[in-house]
Design a protein around this ligand. Structure first.
Ligand SMILES: [Fe+2]
Length: 587
């Protein structure tokens, strides 16, 4: 419990302690002492710096040296309490004893001497409520935490809806918020500060309201006065939320999210730790999102690696070095796909407008560009104009149902006729499901759909389809082709030939010999591998993860050794592989 604060159900978060001292050695020693006990430590060398930090962020306790270059400890305590009444301020009267001994401190206005442990105990008694109070307050705290979460989710939805139709900034605030949250959590900031940063990230650009799009979008060079207007969005944003009594310090984050670490940013020219930690994080994630985002008016966006390199180049001048370090590691671990290149384009058709909007919001926030239509006819008319990467269709729609729309899409010339389609249905109707899958649908989902799963599936389908089209699809049709299972696995080949209703022979050189799979109009008719044939041969080949393959387009056989449906065949093969893995003894 030492150094922890009870939050929500059973979550402990570190308390934040600000150490104000002119002597770097003393600062470091105290930082080590408190960090080891689980406190979140912030350092300041002067009283002025401390006041800025307490003004802009949550500080539970400040330990202030009596002798500072600008104020006395007593004067600083008075000023800090004026800025934040919740901060517990302690004044240390002398550090001379620290210099002569590692274990002894002279503490407070009294003349008694404390060792480090006693200092920590006094600190704990002073700022952590007694256990009984904590228990009786826990139910109320839980409710309060739930309300805070609701408030954050509501802001997320409202901001998302505001951006939903913007081809440039659609989903931008949500994605930036997710980056910022991950960095704040990785830095082990107190939960209240993480929440503060999350809300700050969602609302940071709310002051853009009222600024013309042509200034915001950066398609042309803007004049000096237009640049000033653009800069005003920080203070305007703070004014917009001024009257709202948020349970967090959001205003400083919004006002200062364009400050630079070297003090050359705007609007206040704050530098280093004077800038709220939330603003320092937002400055990094905003820059990364902007560099990696696709914009039609520039030749290309930066790759993830190039953008991280740029962030590192500007460490210490534009960005906080620690934040860049943490962000680089977080973005590599948690955000594989986002922010890279043009957004995948999804076309949606459904008659339930509220449900359609909900999916659209979720997919836009997940980094997709989404066009939604309330009927199948409009989808059919738009496919060739907008060339979507994937179509999501509801099975039930007025006039033309989803399956009919799908049949018509398949009649369109390539590549539009080969666009992957996912169905979402309000009822689990096996007949429609089988029909859709036989027609080559990528998936058939029944409501309620888990939106995270939907987004992940869509991303995988598009990635595979892009690989197919770029890496072989077109060439296969023309020449008969060549690839490696490392890049395009057997399940991908099967689905694509099945989807395209192709007649072809796939010859594979696997790790233990060669095999062949024959397709006729998209159906698997025969497979052979050494002495094996039919399903057994197919299952054997399905295990192969690498090896060159050739697809001879139009080549067929009269042999009929496989009757099973392609999907069932694949499912059974994959199930067998899973079974075998389970039976393998652990290494
Ligand atoms: Fe901004």
């Amino acid at each position: 419990m030492f150094g922890g604060r009870k939050m929500g159900t059973a979550k402990l978060t570190p308390m934040s302690v600000l150490i104000v001292n002119n002597d770097p050695a003393v600062r470091d020693m105290l930082m080590k002492l408190f960090s080891e006990e689980g406190y979140h430590v912030v350092l300041a060398g002067t009283g002025a710096e401390a006041i800025k930090i307490v003004t802009n962020s949550l500080v539970d306790c400040a330990i202030v040296d009596q002798l500072l270059p600008d104020f006395s400890g007593v004067e600083l305590k008075r000023r800090l309490l004026k800025v934040s009444q919740r901060t517990h301020v302690m004044v240390l009267s002398s550090f001379t004893t620290i210099r002569s001994s590692d274990d002894v401190l002279r503490f407070g206005f009294s003349d008694f001497i404390l060792d480090q442990k006693e200092l920590l105990e006094i600190l704990q008694k002073g700022i952590i409520p007694p256990p009984t109070a904590a228990v009786s307050a826990s139910a109320g705290e839980e409710k309060c935490e739930r309300l805070k979460k609701c408030l954050i989710d509501t802001i997320d939805v409202l901001v998302g809806l505001q951006e939903i139709n913007d081809p440039f900034f659609g989903g931008n605030s949500h994605i930036t918020m997710e980056y910022a949250r991950s960095v704040a959590e990785e830095m082990k900031l107190p939960q209240e500060t993480v929440d503060e940063i999350v809300v700050g990230a969602l609302l940071r650009d709310i002051g853009r309201v009222g600024i013309k799009n042509e200034i915001l979008q950066g398609r042309r060079k803007i004049s000096d006065s237009e640049y000033k207007t653009l800069q005003s969005h920080c203070e305007n944003g703070a004014k917009i939320i001024e009257q709202i009594d948020f349970p967090w310090k959001i205003r400083p984050i919004i006002i200062h999210h364009h400050e630079r670490y070297d003090g050359k940013g705007y609007p206040s020219g704050l530098k280093g730790r004077e800038i709220p930690i939330g603003s320092r994080i937002l400055s990094v994630v905003d820059a990364f999102a902007a560099m990696t985002a696709h914009r039609p008016y520039r030749s290309r966006n930066l790759t993830k690696e190039e953008a991280i390199h740029e962030l590192h180049k500007n460490v210490g001048t534009q960005f906080d070095p620690e934040v860049v370090e943490v962000f680089s590691s977080v973005v590599n671990r948690k955000f594989f796909y986002r922010g890279m290149g043009p957004k995948p384009k999804i076309m949606m058709a459904g008659s339930e407008i509220d449900y359609l909007t909900l999916i659209k919001l979720r997919l836009v926030n997940d980094g997709f560009d989404v066009l939604a239509y309330d009927n199948g006819k409009d989808v059919l008319e738009s496919v060739e104009k907008t060339a979507p990467d994937l179509i999501i269709a509801d099975t039930i729609m007025p006039e033309m149902n989803g399956i009919e729309v799908f049949r018509k899409i398949r009649e369109l010339p390539a590549p539009f006729g080969e666009t992957p389609v996912v169905f979402i249905s309000s009822k689990d109707d096996p007949e429609s499901k089988i029909e859709a899958l036989h027609l080559g649908a990528e998936d058939f989902l029944v409501k309620p759909v888990d939106f995270s799963v939907l987004a992940a599936r869509i991303r995988n389908i598009i990635r595979r389809d892009t690989k197919w089209r770029k890496g072989g699809g077109a060439a296969i049709a023309a020449t008969g082709v060549v690839g490696d299972l490392k890049n395009l696995g057997i399940p991908d080949i099967v689905q694509t030939l099945h989807l395209g209703l192709k007649t072809a022979c796939v010859s594979i050189k696997g790790p233990i010999g060669e095999g062949r799979i024959f397709f006729e109009n998209g159906r698997i008719r025969h497979a052979e591998r050494g002495s094996l044939s039919g399903e057994a041969a197919f299952y054997e080949m399905l295990r192969w993860q690498e090896g060159p393959f050739t697809i001879a387009h139009g080549q067929s056989t009269k042999l009929r050794t496989i009757e099973m449906d392609e999907m069932q065949l694949m499912m059974e093969g994959l199930r067998r592989i899973d079974e075998e893995k389970k039976e393998e003894p652990p290494e």
